[in-house]
Design a binder for this molecule. Sequence first.
Ligand code: HEM
Length: 83
Amino acid sequence: MSETLKEYTYSQLALRNGQDKEEVWVAYQGIIYDLSGSRLWRNGKHYEHWAGQDLSEELADAPHSEKVFLKFKKVGKLKAQNR
Ligand code: HEM
């Protein structure tokens, strides 16, 4: 069964950084997660990382796996960028 998630561009994601807009969204491997409810992502900041971005590569720096995303809602998918 394929999920029907709305597509968002990088610029749309960038606004959801807990500062420009209240929502705290982070993309990981093409999926955008809503971390707004997380105490650990308050104001869009998590240690030295900021929401509103694709943080797939940064996960390697984390002391945890991608399992941390499991309890969060998927709000969309990241639209591939035209280069
Ligand atoms: C310096 C790098 C990082 C540190 C020190 C760090 C530390 C932590 C700690 C201590 C927790 C809570 C305990 C746990 O679940 O293991 C946590 C949760 C989490 N982290 Fe990180 N993290 C880092 C980077 C990242 C990155 C790059 C991402 C995204 C790709 C990320 C996403 C999350 C998420 C979604 C949670 C769950 C938040 C919650 O349950 O409320 N972290 N992190």
